[in-house]
Design a binder for this molecule. Structure first.
Ligand SMILES: [Fe+2]
Length: 487
C-alpha cells in the first residue's frame, strides 16, 4: 500500500507512544517523493514517475505532520486536464502527431517539472529537485510552491538530484549530462552561494553518457561514477518524435566496466580515471580521502534490473515488491598508482543510506539504511540497519509488517561520538494500514518511540531536516554538531 497515491493532509498533532523524546530533539523534517500515481483514468507506470508529494514533520513539544502536493506545472496541468501531460522517467502521455513534432523541434517541451526526488537548501530557499537542472521553491512554513529556479548558462540537459555541499567553499557541486564545444558528456560544476550560475569544473566528453543518479565528493575531489547504463544519443534525441519515455534511451552494457572519474575541484581537471567491474548504483553512503586513497562506498546492484523491478506493476504485484538486494561495496582508488580495489563492507542489503551529517566527506564508521531481513527476503525492504563500515558489524530494527523509508540521522548537539543522536524514519505499518514516524537511538539502534500518523504516507525518496522555523538555514544540523544548539 506504500506504492499507491497519497493525499494532502492538513497539519495534525500526532499521538506519541514510547519513552520521552530527548529534550534537544526539536527540528523540522521534510521529505520528497512520488505521491500521486493516477490522473483521471490514466496511470503512471513506474515508482519514479509519480507526482511529488511533500511531507513535513515538526518535532517540538509535540509532533505535527502535514503533506501537500508540489504545485509543479506538471502537477497542475496533469491534474487539471486529468491526463498525463509530460514525459516522465518511464511513462509518456498520449500525444498527437503534431505534439510529437513539437517535442522534436523543442525537446524541452516534452519534460515537466515534477521535482519529486530530493530537497536542497540554496541561498535560504528550500528547493524541490529532480533529474533536471532546475528546482521549485518550497515555502517550509506552508509547503506552498513558489518560483522555478533554473541553473543558468551551462548546456545541461540533466543534473543529479544529489548535489553535494562543500561548506568550506560555500559551493554546491554536482554533475549532469550536457553539451559543450567538445561534444556531449558530463559537466562537473559548482554553484556558489548567491549564484544560480554553475561554474565549470571539468567537462568529460562522452558520446554515450550514462544514467547517473548521484555524484560523490570529498574535500578535494568530485567523483563521477559511470556505470554502463549508456544513453544512445540518437534514441535520446528522438524520444519526442517516437514518444518514448526517458528510460528507453538507455541500454545496459554489462561487458563495459564501472568507470570512476575523480575530478580535482581546484585544479579543474580529471585527476584519475579508473575502471572496476561493472555494477549499477543509485547512491553513495560516503566518499572520502584517506592518505593517497579516495574511498568510494556505493550501494550496488549487479546490473540495471532494479530499474525494471521498480515498475509499479511489480511493486504492487503478488511478490509484494520484491527487489534485488543492494550490496555495499568499497572502491578504494590509489591516486598515485591509479589502482582500484573493491571489497564488500557487509553482507546485509544497504539502500537509502544516510549518516551523521557532521562526518560526511571524511572517514566514518556508521551508515544507517533500509535493508531486507535475511529471514524474510521474499518481501519489500522490511528492515532498518546500522552498519559499522570499519568492522562490518550491524544492528537492525525489524517489526513484522513494517516497511521503512530512507532513515535520517540527527546528531545530538555537542556530541563527539559519531553515533550519538537519533535516527528518524517514516515507516509504513501495514498491520494497521497507517504510517509512523519512528525515532531510534542511533547508538543502540533501539526504539525510543513512535508518532502515529493517521494516514498511509506513500513510500518517499529523500528528506532533509533543519531547525524549527529555520529550515532554510544552511547546513543547520551540521553546525549543531559543533554545539550551536538545535532550535
Ligand atoms: Fe536518490
Amino acid at each position: 500500500m506504500g506504492y499507491y497515491s497519497g493525499q494532502a493532509h492538513p497539519s495534525t498533532a500526532l499521538e506519541w507512544i514510547g519513552d520521552a523524546r530527548p529534550e534537544w530533539l526539536r527540528l523540522r523534517y521534510m521529505k520528497n517523493g512520488a505521491g500521486l500515481f493516477e490522473v483521471g483514468e490514466e496511470a503512471y507506470l513506474h515508482w519514479f514517475d509519480g507526482l511529488a508529494l511533500l511531507k513535513q514533520f515538526d518535532i517540538g513539544d509535540e509532533i505535527t505532520y502535514r503533506s501537500e502536493f508540489l504545485d509543479s506545472e506538471d502537477y497542475v496541468t496533469s491534474t487539471k486536464r486529468e491526463k498525463i501531460s509530460f514525459t516522465e522517467f518511464a511513462t509518456v502521455p498520449d500525444r498527437s502527431a503534431l505534439e510529437r513534432l513539437w517535442c522534436t523541434i523543442n525537446p524541452n517541451a516534452q519534460f515537466g517539472d515534477n521535482d519529486s526526488i530530493n530537497l536542497q537548501v540554496v541561498d535560504g530557499e528550500v528547493l524541490a529537485i529532480g533529474d533536471l537542472p532546475s528546482g521549485l521553491e518550497v515555502a517550509p512554513d506552508t509547503l506552498g510552491t513558489g518560483r522555478k529556479v533554473p541553473l543558468e548558462k551551462l548546456l545541461l540537459m540533466t543534473s543529479t538530484p544529489h548535489p553535494q555541499r562543500d561548506e568550506a567553499r560555500k559551493t554546491w557541486y554536482n554533475t549532469g549530462i550536457g553539451a559543450s564545444w567538445k561534444g556531449f558528456g558530463y559537466h562537473v560544476f559548482g554553484v556558489k552561494d548567491g549564484s544560480h550560475r554553475p561554474d565549470p569544473v571539468a567537462f568529460i566528453p562522452r558520446m554515450t553518457p550514462a544514467y547517473m543518479h548521484s555524484v560523490g565528493m570529498t574535500s578535494r575531489y568530485v567523483v563521477v561514477g559511470e556505470h554502463p547504463m549508456f544513453a544512445s544519443l540518437p534514441k535520446f534525441f528522438t524520444l519526442g518524435l517516437r514518444n518514448q519515455p526517458v528510460v528507453n534511451a538507455f541500454d545496459w552494457k554489462g561487458d563495459h566496466p564501472l568507470t570512476l572519474y575523480i575530478v580535482d575541484k581546484d585544479e579543474k581537471r580529471v585527476a584519475a580515471k579508473v575502471e572496476a567491474p561493472a555494477i549499477f548504483y543509485f547512491h553513495h553512503t560516503n566518499v572520502f580521502e584517506n592518505g593517497e586513497d579516495v574511498v568510494i562506498d556505493l550501494c550496488t546492484y549487479p546490473d540495471d534490473r532494479v530499474i525494471r523491478e521498480l515498475y509499479l506493476s511489480n511493486l504492487r504485484g503478488p511478490k509484494g515488491g520484491n527487489t534485488t538486494p543492494a550490496k555495499l561495496l568499497r572502491h578504494r582508488v590509489n591516486m598515485k598508482t591509479k589502482k582500484v580495489t573493491v571489497e564488500p563492507l557487509t553482507d546485509r542489503s544497504v539502500e537509502f543510506p544516510r549518516m551523521n551529517p557532521g562526518h560526511m566527506y571524511g572517514d566514518y564508521r556508521f551508515t544507517y539504511a533500509v535493508s531486507i531481513n535475511p529471514a524474510i527476503t521474499n518481501d519489500h525492504s522490511n528492515m532498518l540497519v546500522k552498519v559499522d563500515v570499519a568492522t562490518g558489524e550491524t544492528k537492525s530494527w525489524f517489526e513484522e509488517g513494517c516497511y521503512p523509508n530512507e532513515p535520517f540521522m540527527v546528531p545530538r548537539p555537542g556530541a563527539t561520538a559519531e553515533d550519538d543522536g537519533v535516527v528518524l524514519c517514516v515507516v509504513l505499518d501495514a498491520k494497521v494500514k497507517s504510517s509512523i514516524l519512528l525515532v531510534l537511538d542511533a547508538h543502540s539502534f533501539t526504539e525510543i518511540g513512535r508518532a502515529l500518523v493517521p494516514a498511509v504516507i506513500p513510500f518517499g525518496l529523500h528528506g532533509q531536516a533543519g531547525p524549527l522555523n529555520g529550515f532554510h538555514r544552511h547546513d543547520a544540523l551540521r553546525s549543531d554538531t559543533d554545539g550551536d544548539g538545535a532550535a
